[in-house]
Write a protein that binds this ligand. Structure first.
Ligand code: NAI
Length: 540
């Protein structure tokens, strides 16, 4: 089934872009500046190289299925609830507002932000349009959602357990949410905190009481055969697609943070070794890697919203081999998002950050899981790297003589009382001219899952969009249209530790990430990248 085609709202009057049937075709000349450094003279030679591309965008919107790993968690239930609330135009009472509050998607770039189109010639005002007006994007209200969880609560009970949403809204969603129960999942206790064990009563590798397991929470009751787990997940994906008559499915991990897997030669270093390791029940293959492998083998995009290294080299190799999309790691929702703006601002302003101290406390189940050292370590690694590209970008502030690091400490503490209202306190201590110092302190409190859920929506919307874009290099004899490289780095805006193509370093600065997204959408409709030169005003 195909949803109604897109009615273009923006007509660009040039010859760069045409619509043929249900395909939008655009031509774009990409300019790269290739820089060679001459160390002896300490100078640079820049060669400007131009490449012509033709892009195709399939304008048909698919019927899209979403499978969340961790459906019964705070993010999982909040995503489901937000989609149902918006789809049904719900209004609810909240102590934070007078009168009724209408459901919305605030915090989602695709649903609630705008893109600059150009300038009004009469008033010189800048004209902005909703993100969704540029090109056809899936509407989250149309998502068909299911998922897996190791906990057997239905989605209404799980939403109540999460304590994220207003009571009035929860009660309005009760009938629909309680009908949805997560699929059974896999539980390898070595990978998430042991404090999650009591939750794990809904696993297809753990025998239940009815199946003769006297103590269903005993760690002895777990069955092996990791390859059968891959097959079960593949079956789940296929069944979901068939039963709901879906055109496309995306799988997204929003389950608990796992510990890092060790990278071992012969085990997870390439695709074949990884597949063999799964068949041999190797202990270093994590549940999230099992889900990634199953999704790749089904040709279904897989997104990792948690910090662990699901994408061991063998997974990336497999995704390349199967031409299947992957993206990760770890939603960039609060503290790190601020850091990727503030640290970039300081460095770009020529101010030298000396230290960044980041403290968090939270009382939700994510925090409970992260109170275990191995899982905290995964989060710490993912949060730590965010300034690396900024440091490398400024050799005046960071060099061998004055040091090439920022002292960076990350603390996360579990504090049951604050629930999902995560508290993040950051101190940026920087050096000013002539020995001066600058201290910026930030105290941020918000519902963690209400920050993360709109990001999940954006990741899903933009992943689906990326599957509809193909391109061809012009003038090089290429006849076939290609898809994006399997690691979707265009999604980095929403990810704390962006997974990159091997051989490339991540770009963490939020504004750079956003510019890449905006400019890509613009070029597809025949518009040049935004440069904010404003010659209209500045030149006579
Ligand atoms: P949560 O603990 O409320 O939910 C996780 C769910 O995953 C639980 O229901 C749990 O039973 C389930 N689960 C655990 N292992 C599973 C498995 N093998 N298969 C299926 N389900 C499994 O956590 P929350 O707050 O929803 O966060 C989810 C993930 O997103 C965490 O890893 C967290 O670190 C990450 N994240 C969250 C952010 C936020 O702002 N909420 C920001 C960045 C990342």
């Amino acid at each position: 089934m195909t949803l109604p085609a897109f009615e273009p709202k923006i007509i660009v009057n040039n010859d760069k872009c045409t619509i043929e049937g249900n395909t939008l075709k655009s031509k774009y000349t990409y300019t790269s500046n290739l820089v060679t450094k001459n160390d002896s003279t300490n100078s640079y030679i820049v060669d400007t190289v131009k490449k012509d591309y033709e892009f195709n965008v399939d304008l048909n919107l698919p019927k899209l299925g979403i499978m969340l790993v961790g459906l019964g968690g705070n993010n999982g239930t909040t995503l489901l609830a937000s989609v149902l609330a918006n789809k049904n135009n719900l209004e609810f009472y909240s102590k934070n507002f007078k009168g009724l509050k209408k459901a919305n998607y605030y915090g989602s770039v695709t649903q609630s932000s705008t893109i600059k189109l150009g300038i009004d010639p009469k008033t010189n005002d800048e004209i902005y349009v909703p993100f969704t007006d540029i090109l056809p994007l899936s509407n989250p209200n149309d998502f068909v959602i299911t998922g897996w969880d190791i906990s057997d609560l239905n989605c209404f009970e799980a939403m109540q357990r999460a304590c994220v949403l207003e009571h009035d809204l929860q009660m309005q969603l009760k009938d629909e949410m309680e009908k949805i129960k997560p699929l059974k999942s896999i539980y390898y206790p070595d990978f998430i905190a042991l404090n999650q064990n009591e939750r794990a009563n809904h696993c297809f590798n753990r025998k239940s009481e009815a199946e003769g397991n006297k103590d269903p929470l005993s760690l002895d009751g777990l069955t092996k055969n990791k390859w059968s787990h891959v097959e079960q997940i593949r079956d789940d994906i296929r069944n979901f697609k068939k039963e709901n008559n879906l055109d496309k499915v995306i799988v997204l991990w929003t389950a608990n943070t796992e510990r890092y897997s060790t990278i071992e030669a012969g085990v997870n270093d390439n695709a074949d070794n990884l597949l063999n390791a799964i068949k041999n029940d190797h202990s270093e293959v994590s549940p999230s890697t099992i889900f990634a492998v199953a999704s790749i083998l089904e040709g279904v995009p897989y997104i990792n919203g948690s910090p662990q290294n699901t994408f061991v080299p063998g997974v990336i190799d497999l995704a390349e081999r199967e031409h299947s999309f992957i993206a990760g790691d770890d939603f960039k929702s609060g503290q790190t998002k601020m850091k990727s703006v503030l640290a970039q601002f300081l460095v770009d302003a020529g101010i030298k950050p000396l230290s960044i101290a980041s403290y968090n406390h939270l009382g939700n189940n994510d925090g409970f899981n992260l109170s275990s050292p191995m899982q905290f370590k995964s989060k710490e690694i993912s949060k730590r790297g965010v300034c690396d590209d900024m440091i490398e970008s400024n050799q005046i502030l960071f060099n061998d003589k004055v040091g090439k690091t920022i002292d960076h400490c990350i603390v996360i503490k579990y504090l049951n009382a604050v629930g999902d209202s995560k508290v993040a306190m950051d101190e940026y201590y920087s050096e000013l001219m002539l020995g001066g110092h600058n201290r910026i302190s930030i105290h941020n409190v918000c519902e963690d899952s209400l920050l993360a859920t709109p990001l999940i929506i954006d990741l899903l919307v933009m992943t689906e969009f990326c599957t509809r874009v193909t391109y061809k290099k012009l003038g090089e004899g290429a006849t076939d249209y290609e898809q994006f490289y399997p690691v979707l780095t265009l999604l980095s805006y929403w990810l704390k530790a962006p997974l990159t193509r091997p051989g490339f370093k991540p770009i963490n600065g939020l504004m750079k990430q956003r510019a890449a997204l905006e400019n890509f959408l613009r070029l597809l409709i025949g518009l040049p990248p935004l440069d904010d030169l404003r010659f209209e005003e500045r030149l006579i």
